[in-house]
Ligand binder design. Structure first.
Ligand SMILES: *Cc1c(COP(=O)(O)O)cnc(C)c1O
Length: 404
């Protein structure tokens, strides 16, 4: 196997399998954005024609984004990304409804942007129920319904998990929330543009999404807020975004998000089919080539591009660094949690023991990956796992004991 492949310079070619952390901006997206940095630099809030033209571009982007989730453009509010949208949805619901109640229901497998926001509210006197999930990462809608109390003001459930890829029964959860009169928020950052979403059919009141997970730019996202759900702003200031989110609009970012959403929506079915096939090739390859490996998350109810695997008797960080040397970019879970030595809260929530959770890698694919890259990655991981195990006293002991 050709270990260091080059572009003709001495830069090693990267096999990028970390698309859940961020994606490459598409050429068409970049080209759509470019004029809004240079010639079209007006402020959409200006009265003059030069600024207003940029406002028109933002409204076109708003319509493109809305179309992907079956929303009305007036229900889309641009933000700086998924994190801000999550903070806005949760904090503003909490503070607007605290007279009605102070109870929030969420899950143990949320992204940090939701989890830490809920922890913050807990310190501020709110009561938060973190629902358990099963060993494949699924929330049980019956348990969720049983957790609803008269003082419950919000249910927030991640649409598709960023680490293990499990896609939740969102329509069922939405139906329960609506029937019980509780607002329903979903962090759909990993799902938006990748799996079909219909905010009406699924009874979603609030939805967070982000540009850079769909081949759009970083630093731009949106919050969908159902008509009639009038949350107060998180960002106070000028009267941008119909008085709900202050700050001069990020025009190039918004135009880029709109273009990326348009492409993702149009190509969703074809991409999902292609990426699912690549994902299954990777999973099948690793499980058959590497002994003592397991797939984390649900076998079928998972994001097209997500494969999360555990390799017993190896340490994930070493594995990650050594496959990186072979040109494969993967992740040990959430990019936002790297630097911390604690095992992933998501892997612990699905019941993995600490030592197995520590030996896990996430591969997140995009339509830009090829079969050749997947086969290369399987071989790279196989080689590294074998090497690490050959140096591991744990593995030797396990072999002697007949456990391996
Ligand atoms: C990436 C991500 C976020 C954060 O979005 P940003 O735009 O990077 O702030 C939130 N939730 C999930 C599930 C994500 O994957």
């Amino acid at each position: 196997m050709n270990i260091k492949r080059t572009y003709g310079t001495n830069m090693p070619k990267t096999i990028y399998l970390d698309n859940a952390a961020t994606t490459a901006v598409k050429r068409e997206v970049f080209d759509a954005m470019a004029p809004y940095f240079t010639e079209q630099y007006g402020n959409p809030s200006s009265i003059h024609e030069f600024g207003a033209r940029c406002g028109v571009a933002c409204d076109e982007a708003r319509a493109k984004v809305a179309k992907v989730i079956g929303a009305n453009p007036q229900e889309i509010y641009f933000t700086s990304g998924g994190t801000e949208s999550d903070n806005w949805a949760i904090k503003s619901t909490a503070y607007a409804k605290k007279e009605k109640g102070r109870h929030i229901i969420t899950t143990r497998i949320e992204h940090h942007a939701v989890m830490e926001t809920c922890e913050f509210l807990k310190r501020d006197g709110f009561d938060v129920t973190f629902l358990d999930v099963d060993d494949q990462g699924l929330v049980d809608p019956a348990k969720l319904e049983a957790a609803i109390r008269p003082d419950t003001i919000l249910i927030s459930v991640i649409y598709a998990n960023n680490e293990i890829g499990t896609v939740q029964p969102i329509a069922e959860i939405g139906r329960i929330a609506r029937a019980r009169g509780v607002l329903f928020h979903t962090d759909a950052v990993q799902a938006f543009g990748h799996v079909p979403i219909d905010v009406d059919a699924e009874n979603i009141d609030l939805l967070s999404a982000s540009g850079h997970k769909i081949h759009g730019p970083k630093g731009i996202g949106f919050l969908y807020m159902r008509k009639g759900v009038k949350l107060p702003p998180l960002m106070h200031g000028g009267h941008h975004e119909r008085g709900r989110r202050a700050g001069t609009l990020n025009v190039p970012g918004i135009v880029g998000l709109g273009k990326a959403a348009e492409i993702a929506g149009a190509e969703m079915a074809a991409n999902a089919e292609r990426v699912t096939a690549l994902r299954d090739r990777l999973i099948k390859g690793m499980l058959s080539e590497i002994p003592h490996s397991r797939l984390n998350g649900h076998p079928t109810k998972r994001l097209p591009g997500n494969a999360n695997l555990s390799f017993r008797f190896v340490e994930g960080e070493s594995l990650l660094m050594m496959v990186d040397e072979k040109g494969v970019s993967a992740s040990t879970g959430s990019a936002c949690a790297s630097g911390s030595l604690d095992p992933s809260h998501v892997l612990l929530a699905i019941g993995l023991p600490h030592e197995i959770a520590h030996g896990s890698l996430r591969f997140s694919l995009s339509e830009d990956n090829t079969e050749e890259e997947i086969d290369y990655a399987v071989e790279a991981v196989r080689e590294v796992v074998e090497r690490l195990r050959s140096m591991s006293p744990l593995y030797e002991d396990a072999v002697k004991a007949g456990g391996a």
